[in-house]
Structures are given as C-alpha cells and as structure tokens.
Design a protein around this ligand. Structure first.
Ligand code: OTU
Length: 622
C-alpha cells in the first residue's frame, strides 16, 4: 500500500517519504486494521488513503518541509522553558486575522512562542458554540478574513518565532456542514458519516450510561432531526452532530482535512473533545480504547506527512485517564495534553486554603514519554469543570467532603458555590450547568474576578487578588509543562456581562470569560500604579525568570515536597530550583535547607521563610 503514497511523489521527495513510511507504516497499518480491518473493502480503502496522503505530502510547501526536518532533528523543541502560549478568540483579540497579525509585536513583547486562536473556520450560520460548530474545514470564517489572510498570518507568525495552534474539531460538525446537508437531502453515504437512529431504541440504551456536557441548555445526547426522520447523536448542542468514526470514510476525510490545514502553516492542532470519538453501549462513551487507536493513527499519519506538526489533546477527563492521550514510546499519541485536573485543583486549593486535592493530583500525575508534555493553564474559554477531580476530592486524606461515599461531590459543590460568590467568598463568578445543589458541574468567570479583584474595595484587597492571580500563574509557569496564558488575564481583565444582552449567548455563561481585549488596560501595561500594569509587569517578570532556568523546562524533574504545611505547595525542580506557594490567607512558615536566592524579590534568603498570604516564591540555590 505504501507504493500508492510514494507513486504520487516526485523523485526528489520520494526517498525521505520512504524513510518515514518505513518507520510509521507498520504501526499505522496495525491500528487501522484493528479499527476497520474486518471490512471487505479494507485494502482498497487503505490504498486510497495512502494515495491521498501522498498528494498532501506533495502539496506541502517547501518552507514547511524545512520546518519538519528541523523538528524531526530536535523532537523535544517544544519542551524548553522559553516555550510560552497565549490563547485568544480572533474577534476579541484583533477583530479579524489581520488584526491579530498587527498584535504580533505585543505577543513578542510577552515572549509568546505559541498562539492558540480559538475557532476561526467557517462556522454554522446563527448559533455556533463560539465557532465549535464548523461548517467547512477549508474556509476561514468570512467574518474573520480569507484563506489568504490565514496564509499571511501563519507566515508572519512563523517569522516571529510563534507557532500557530488551531482547534481541530473532529468529534462533530455543524448541521450545515456539507455532509449534514447531504444527509438531510437523503444521501445514504452522507448519513453514514453520523450516528443516526430511526427510533429511540438505541439512544435510550446508550443514555442509561452516558453523562451530559450541557445538562441545562442541551439535555440528553441525541436530537431528533426532522429531515433525517431520526435521532442524531449530539453530545454537545443539537446543531453539533457527532461523527461516526466506525465509518472509515470519516477517519480518512478528517485526516485529510487536518493535513490541508497543516499545509497552510498551522503547526499545532488542538484536538477538541477527543475523549468522545468512539461510542460503546454500557459505557459513558468516553476514553474508549478505539478513541486512542484513532488518535495514534492520526499521529502516525502526521509523522509521515507533516512531522513538524504537534497534536494537542483536549480531553477534560479524570487525571487517571489523561496519560493515555500522550501514548507511549511504542505508540505515541498526542504531543501535548491539557492538564485540566491541575488547573481545577489550583482553584480548589484557593477556595479551601488547603493544597490536599492539588497534591493528590500531582501525586497522580505520572512521568511522561519523551517529547510529550502537559499543557498548564489558569483559565480558558470554557468553564472550570470540577468533576475531573472527583477521585482526588475524596482521596486526599483530609476528609474534606464530610460526607464519605459521595465521591467528593459535596466537597466540589462547595468549591463551586465559593466561586459563584457564596459562603463569604471574594469571588464573583457563575455556576455552569448545575442541576443539583449537592453536585458541582463547572464554574465560569475571568481569573481576576474569581480571584477577588472585581469584589475588592480596598488597595489591600486588590493586592491580595493580584497575588492569587500570580499564585496560579506561577504554578502554571513552574510546574513543568507548556503554559498557556488566556487573553486578558495578563491585564487582570474582569468578567464581561455583555453576553446577557446577546440572545444567542445569553444562556451560556461561559461568555463571562470571553471579553474583547481591553485597549485601555493594555495602554497601562507598564504603569505599576495601575492594576493591569502591576499584573502585567509581575507576570512578565515570572516569564523572564522562567526562561532563564532550564530547571523549569517541561521535561526537567519535578518533586512534590512533603514537608510544607497544608496551606502551602512546595515543588522542587531538580535540586537547584524551588517554588513555594501559599494558598491560604494566613502566613505560612517553611524551613529552607541551605542558602537560596529569591529570584522574584532579587535577594538572598535562607533559614525559616515566612510566606505572606497567597505569596509565591521562586528560589534558586546560591
Ligand atoms: C470543548 O469543550 C470546547 O472547548 C468547548 O468550547 C465546546 O463547546 C465543546 O468542546 C464542543 O465543541 O467536553 O472535552 O464543559 O469543557 O464542552 C471537551 C464545557 C469538552 C467544556 C466541554 C469541552
């Protein structure tokens, strides 16, 4: 079958392709045979897939092929401590793609080397889940620019040393995507791209064990579609139709769509909702072995055609399910995976003024295969999902739930209430999709508002809120991961309530944390007499310190130190770097061994260090 790939290549391209095929083809064949091998037409299908990969290989621009070669020679290029991400909506950050390009100098000033732009491909007309309902993978959203603008942007970003990351929404398409339209018009092949059931029999059987992502606004996992005269699987909103990966045509088409985007210069793909790719009756249809086989097959294809490209798994799942998304040395999967447990546990530690759950998460975080890493973050465009922490919230030994047997639910519900502003909290946020007061779902709000800035009335309260912001950012920057900043947090932007006036957004409080970039705050970014300036300068300082210490690289060793009090987290990065974080509102003491230098305060320190409320200390050995 490899002949089919090589046959379409020029004499010049063939030798390297043959070499990459020799390395990846056996794995790819095994994976695809495992998924689709029982079909009579398997060999013919595989031959066609290889031929289409050959065409995509041939079409890859020379500049990107050169980048591939460079990255193959240094596969851990994205693990160093200078790698730093920034995530933004195109429309909010720059208005359109050209406006984003105009902000490159600002990104460089922040030392950003990785830019995740939230969905910018043509979305469904009307409501579209912030662009997560895609109607064409080959067209930029006309409201944001043209395909030529995208090509120009990737070129400019590359020149500035910034890798562009794009969402690749592979679990579902919009109900006005060409396949959905054809299915509605009666095309059987198109209908087979989806999970469609003519009656409620199978949907009801599946529902017995399925969870719900949006239980309030989109209850259930199936939607009756009149034009189909049947029920389509719709994990998210009813207009997002899940693709049927048991159909090999879906896999082949989506792999090709990803590579066409890669050939436009997108260097990283955020694989949205990867946990949901394979459905199995009697399970929650998440994290199924076949979902991993699909991702490993996609990785093998990328390794052949565009090996400079990185795959990033967005799987918001319990900690124990996360490592599988990075695969193993024998079967690599994604290069990067969101560590949503670490993110959520940082917020739990703030709410509880206790690091029990956070420590349990860190203990449950295994060492990773080479050339793979976690993504660390404080906030993103979604809610903070609490249920990924069920295991840790019931197992950290503190007995924090006060209700044995609820699996941490009551405890996490208390945390969710805290961030919605209840229980004497400094936070101003919103509970997301909660249907049961004794169970948590998610919490929304900008980091600054959740950390107390919006509610602060005095300078002291404002200073504490900023410290909490820096504490969580310090954790993300020093954990040993690829940290990604969320647009606006570097300027301590607060909640945006304007969504309540937009009928298509009003029911989804995730829009609280999707504000338009604040030009006024940005102008004050150097002025430390202002809140945005203080935040920006303090964060920029942490970024600078991080970039100087290879002990903070993603793949450098990390150890959780057990001798810190419960309100504190102490992480050693090798034996020369130490980060101390106080998650409580009380001072905490920590006895240092030996002589240290505080990189932030720029002074020597040693003996017993007293950490002020919510203080962060980054220490290097003298
Ligand atoms: C992802 O999210 C996206 O990040 C969301 O913005 C989209 O709405 C969603 O997919 C559909 O495309 O379950 O594992 O609770 O955490 O929806 C992926 C909200 C997901 C998100 C959840 C999420």
């Amino acid at each position: 079958m490899s002949d089919r790939l090589l046959a379409v290549l020029s004499d010049e391209l063939r030798p390297l392709a043959a070499q990459r095929l020799a390395a990846a083809e056996p794995v790819l064949r095994r994976l695809l045979a495992g998924l689709y091998g029982e079909r009579a037409d398997f060999d013919a299908w595989l031959g066609e897939l290889m031929e289409s990969l050959g065409a995509l290989y041939a079409a890859r621009p020379a500049e990107l092929r050169a980048l591939d070669a460079q990255r193959v020679a240094q596969p851990d290029w994205f693990l160093n401590q200078r790698m730093l991400g920034y995530c933004a909506y195109v429309q909010n950050f720059g208005g359109d793609l050209n406006g984003v390009a105009a902000r490159i100098p600002y990104l460089r000033e922040l030392d950003i080397s990785y830019l995740h732009l939230l969905p910018f491909l043509r979305p469904r007309a009307g409501e579209n889940d912030g662009g997560f309902a895609v109607s064409s993978f080959d067209e930029v959203d006309p409201a944001l620019g043209s395909n030529a603008d995208l090509d120009a942007l990737t070129t400019q970003l590359r020149a500035a040393g910034i890798s562009l990351c794009s969402d690749f929404i592979l679990n579902h398409v919009a109900d006005d995507h060409a396949w959905a339209r054809a299915a509605k018009a009666g095309d059987a092949g198109a209908r087979a791209m989806f999970h469609v059931f003519s009656d409620r029999d199978m949907p009801d059987r599946y529902e017995r064990t399925l969870g719900q992502v949006f239980p309030q606004v989109a209850p259930g996992n199936f939607s009756f579609i009149e034009a189909l005269d049947g029920w389509a699987w719709t994990t998210f909103y009813p207009y997002q139709w899940d693709l049927n990966y048991a159909n090999p045509a879906v896999f082949a088409s989506m792999a090709a769509a990803l590579l066409r985007l890669a050939n436009r210069g997108i260097e990283v793909f955020r694989l949205d909702s990867t946990a949901f790719l394979w459905k199995r009756e009697g399970t929650n249809s998440m994290n199924q072995p076949e979902a991993h086989q699909l991702l490993q097959a996609l990785r093998a294809i990328v390794d052949i055609v565009a090996p400079g490209v990185l795959l990033k798994a967005e799987a918001i799942v319990p900690t124990r399910e996360l490592p599988a998304y990075l695969g193993s040395a024998e079967a690599p999967e994604c290069h990067i995976a969101y560590h949503s447990s670490l993110m959520a546990a940082g917020w739990v530690a703030l709410a509880e003024q206790d690091t029990g759950v956070l420590r349990e998460v860190i203990r449950n975080t295994p060492a990773l295969p080479a050339a793979a890493t976690w993504l660390s973050y404080v906030r993103c465009h979604d809610d903070i999902g609490w249920n990924v922490l069920r295991a840790e919230a019931s197992a950290d030994g503190s007995g924090g739930s006060g209700n044995a047997g609820d699996g941490g639910a009551v405890r996490l519900a208390r945390v969710a209430r805290f961030f919605s502003g209840a229980e004497g909290s400094y936070a101003i946020g919103a509970a997301f999709q909660s249907t049961d007061p004794n169970a948590a779902h998610g919490s929304n709000g900008m980091a600054a508002s959740l950390a107390g800035l919006q509610a602060a009335r005095t300078d002291e309260e404002r200073a504490l809120a900023l410290r909490r912001m820096l504490l969580l950012h310090g954790l993300a920057l020093s954990f040993g991961a690829l940290p990604v900043l969320y647009m606006g947090d570097e300027l301590a932007m607060e909640n945006d309530y304007s969504y309540q006036d937009r009928p298509q957004h009003a029911m989804d409080s995730r829009w609280l944390q999707r504000p338009v970039f604040d030009q006024q705050r940005w102008k004050h970014r150097y002025d430390v007499s202002t809140v945005p300036g203080t935040m920006h300068q303090a964060l920029a300082k942490l970024v600078r310190i991080r970039s100087r210490h290879d002990a903070l690289a993603a793949n450098a060793p990390r150890a959780l130190l057990a001798d810190a009090p419960d309100g504190m987290l102490a992480l050693a990065r090798g034996d020369r770097f130490l980060t101390l974080m106080n998650f409580s509102g009380q001072p905490q003491s920590y006895a240092l061994q030996g002589e240290w230098r505080d990189c932030v305060a720029e002074q020597a320190t040693g003996g017993t260090l007293v950490l002020e409320p919510y203080a962060t200390h980054w220490l290097e050995r003298e």
